[in-house]
Design a protein around this ligand. Structure first.
Ligand SMILES: C[S@@+](CC[C@H](N)C(=O)[O-])C[C@H]1O[C@@H](n2cnc3c(N)ncnc32)[C@H](O)[C@@H]1O
Length: 418
């Protein structure tokens, strides 16, 4: 059955707003759906798929939209919808539009020039090509432009991996253990998890395997004092709390009250009682001073460009500007310096981002180490061996989706000398 013609105008309207890039695409989309309650479930799914498809493939669609006639926003919209559901499923097309769409959908995209095919902004394509070379950049771009599977973390306070696999299977949802993180499960289809008992009881949390590896390499142990310096809504806090077996003290710092507020219901579901959320004003807040030199492990999951998460947030590549990365770099170094004061002798400081750009990653660690000779780098190879994570790395953790099937992540482990 063909989709009603109104789907085209809804998609076009919401796209027009999203392409201004003044707010995250998922916020704009949810607000639009909230304001248009008559749109049914299937229709919402199609609009969302077309919008995300366009954000992922904007360069190629824009070049296709140069042919054909009529307003360019309508042509972009039609391309997004045709990729999502096929030309034949669209109602309300003119004969010209049907002919044009059928023609462009048959173009072999593998024959397009490399940079166009990458669907990355020019500045980003250039930087990645410098690091990975053209061939690997295309592979990376292709995986970054493909939706991520759904990864779960099993909460050992409430359950174990085998039990969760069995409960999911009864739903019926097939979940497979992932290769690196000991508590991760991967689901290829995306079921509505929120209503399942395994989720409601806190037996699982949604978390990319890469994020789980980051929490693991902090190496937090039972009874320790640990700080998650940029805790946000607490994805890694919850993983750390469980790794510490609900013992010791785990402080969850953040400057954003709204994000910390989102941690509260997750904490309640998790069954953890060792977590202490603390709202701080900035990285040098007086609240931090009283903990100086007392903390065993500090995780700095720094604010970053988020370019490693394009599988989930494809609009980020169009929203991030090279100038904003320079501003972030100043903040990242300042937060790392602020957090470092907490670490006790022999304690560890972990710097992490979900960026794939060297300037947010190795460059920040190098600047920090150059100015702080009380700290030395613990090679990631050693840390991964300690944690029995079967990943080949040298000094740093560098996860990329085309090699590890995770989001893009970076981490370095630094130790305060005794
Ligand atoms: C990458 S996000 C953290 C994600 C979180 N760790 C998780 O696993 O879900 C970075 C966080 O840093 C916070 N942040 C920004 N500036 C900060 C500062 N000066 N001190 C502490 N946190 C800060 C942001 O509010 C944001 O929540």
């Amino acid at each position: 059955m063909r989709l009603p013609p109104a789907i085209i105008s809804h998609t076009e309207e919401v796209l027009r707003e999203i392409l201004r890039f003044t707010a995250p695409a998922d916020n704009t989309l949810s607000r639009y759906f909230h304001e248009h309650t008559r749109l049914g479930g299937r229709e919402r799914g199609v609009v969302a798929e077309a919008v995300y498809g366009l954000l992922r493939n904007k360069l190629v669609y824009t070049s296709f939209a140069e042919s054909g006639s009529g307003a360019s926003m309508r042509r972009l919209t039609l391309l997004g919808l045709a990729d999502a559901v096929g030309v034949d499923a669209l109602g309300g097309l003119s004969e010209d539009e049907t002919r044009w769409l059928t023609h462009v959908m048959q173009i072999d995209r593998n024959m397009l020039p490399a940079e166009l095919r990458s669907n990355l902004p020019h500045w980003l394509y250039t930087r990645l090509a410098e690091r990975f070379g053209e061939e690997e950049t295309l592979l990376l771009a292709q995986t970054l432009n493909t939706p991520a599977p759904l990864d779960l973390r099993v909460n050992t306070i409430k359950s174990n991996r085998e039990q969760v696999i069995a409960e999911l299977l009864a739903a019926p949802i097939a979940a497979e253990p992932t290769p690196y993180a000991p508590l991760a499960l991967r689901i290829l289809k995306k079921p509505a998890l929120q209503n399942l008992p395994v989720f409601k009881t806190g037996a699982v949390e949604v978390q990319d395997e890469g994020s789980q590896i980051l929490a693991q390499i902090v190496g937090a142990r039972r009874g320790e004092m640990v700080v998650d310096f940029c805790a946000g809504a607490g994805g890694k806090t919850l993983a750390l709390g469980a790794i510490m077996r609900n013992t010791g003290r785990l402080y969850a710092f953040d400057i954003a009250e709204k994000r910390l507020a989102k941690l509260k219901p997750r904490l309640a579901r998790s069954g953890l009682s060792n977590v202490h959320p603390v709202l701080i004003a900035h990285e040098n807040d007086a609240k931090i001073k009283r903990l100086a030199g007392k903390i065993d492990r500090v995780l700095v999951d720094a604010p970053c460009s988020g370019l490693g998460t394009l599988r989930r947030n494809p609009d980020v590549k169009w929203r991030v500007r090279p100038e904003s990365i320079t501003e972030l770099n100043v903040k990242q170094l300042s937060i790392l310096n602020g957090a470092a004061r907490l670490v006790k002798a022999g304690g560890r400081l972990v710097y992490a981002t979900c960026s794939i750009l060297d300037e947010e990653n190795e460059a920040i660690v190098a600047q920090f180490l150059a100015a702080n000779d009380a700290f030395s780098l613990v090679p990631m190879k050693t840390v991964l061996e300690e944690q029995r994570i079967p990943l080949e790395m040298d000094d740093y953790l560098k996860l990329v989706p085309h090699r590890h099937q995770t989001d893009g992540f970076f981490a370095a482990v630094l130790e305060r000398k005794k």
